[in-house]
Design a protein around this ligand. Structure first.
Ligand code: GLU
Length: 369
């Protein structure tokens, strides 16, 4: 069982787990859940919680409905609800003499390398002091373009940054089904996913979206992709049940995503796990072959540039059919690449008027998908 093998476990709690359909906080669930945390601590595991619920609890306090909220209003509500959320955790954990901390992350905190290292250091320090970090997105300042938007991908990025071996997404269903079990009883729970292929993607769009969360199955599959590439096991499990972790340990009634064998170092895992690539380069077959063989990406093979990005930004590498082959950190801005695309590297200086690197993405900054 993957939980037993893991040392550092990230557990993501969705809004619909904390707040019931009736809009009431599920205190009994939380009081039971703490027993799962105690069990994991006894098993010598380090636990990090990623919790949604700020907006749901804010709405609950003010007695307003989430569905009608515009972004700026939900940011204001999140600032109210985040206190409620942490209060709830603090009271419950205090009773059990477990110390917690609050970490609010913005997209840049994981997408900029230096900031992601800072976040990692902070979380590592907390874990070494025996404290349970409780992470949420900093909803109060995040606008649409700079937002994770869902805590599924945030949780997978946190798991990747701290080199966790297991992420558990607590959802309102047992896992990934062939069709949404709430709509059709003739459905099958998929127990293990090794490769996320077209069929799995299709199943994910068949599945549910709930009243409070912003995730649904699609973002859970996106999270699974990041985990698979980071060498981290990921489960989608039913968090509505009392003691969901005990339930997984005893019955294993969930969907597990198995990581791909990965020899990538931490930096390359960070590159491949990017949540918000700023653009894409479409390259010819010769260049695809070269990067597949571990070479750098040169300007000569670049056909089209998609998006606007700066030097150092995360970008995707696509073939002429728009299939993704790699991700990397660009050594040039999109404007510069527009000028040098299709050229030999020794012409770069002449074209741009200043000397620069020979490669658009150096092989050390490039990771195959
Ligand atoms: N960060 C949001 C909150 O705490 C939730 C995002 C999500 O639904 O995953 O309310």
């Amino acid at each position: 069982m993957y939980i037993n093998k893991s040392k550092k476990i990230v557990i993501k709690i969705g809004s619909s787990i904390l707040v019931g359909e009736n809009g009431k906080v599920r205190k009994k669930w939380l009081n039971e859940f703490i027993k799962d945390i105690i069990l994991l601590i006894k098993l010598n595991k380090k636990v990090i919680i990623v919790s949604s619920g700020a907006i749901a609890l804010g709405c609950n306090l003010l007695n307003i409905s989430k569905s009608s909220l515009k972004l700026d209003k939900s940011q204001a509500i999140a600032s109210i609800g985040q206190i409620e959320l942490m209060n709830l955790y603090k009271k419950t954990f205090d009773k059990n003499e477990i110390k917690i901390s609050q970490i609010l992350l913005t997209l840049e905190d994981t997408e900029k390398r230096r900031r992601s290292l800072n976040a990692r250091r902070t979380i590592e320090n907390l874990l070494s002091m025996g404290i349970i970090p409780i992470v949420n997105e900093n909803d109060t300042t995040a606008t649409t373009e700079i937002k994770y938007g869902d805590n599924d991908r945030l949780a997978s990025r946190v798991a990747q940054i701290i080199n966790s071996d297991c992420l558990i997404l607590l959802s309102d269903v047992n896992g990934l089904y062939t069709v949404n079990p709430k709509l059709n009883k003739k459905t099958t729970l998929i127990k293990t996913v090794n490769i996320i292929d077209k069929e799995i993607e299709k199943f994910s769009t068949n599945n549910s979206i709930n009243k409070y969360g912003s995730g649904g199955m699609v973002t859970k599959i996106e999270a699974a992709k990041i985990c698979q590439l980071s060498g981290c096991y990921m489960a989608i499990a039913n968090g509505k049940k009392l003691r969901p972790i005990k339930e997984i340990l005893e019955k294993n009634n969930c969907t597990w995503f198995i990581p791909r064998v990965s020899k990538l170092d931490a930096r390359k895992k960070w590159i491949i796990g990017s949540i918000s690539p700023k653009g894409a380069l479409i390259i010819d077959n010769g260049a695809i072959k070269a990067i597949r063989n571990g070479k750098s990406l040169l300007p000569v093979g670049i056909k089209t540039i998609d998006g606007k990005f700066e030097k150092g930004d995360h970008i995707k590498i696509l073939d002429l059919n728009n299939k993704e082959h790699a991700r990397g950190l660009s050594s040039f801005s999109s404007e510069e690449i527009n000028k040098i695309k299709g050229c030999q590297s020794n012409q770069i200086k002449k074209i741009l008027g200043y000397s620069s690197k020979d490669e658009v993405i150096h092989k050390d900054d490039l990771v195959k998908v």
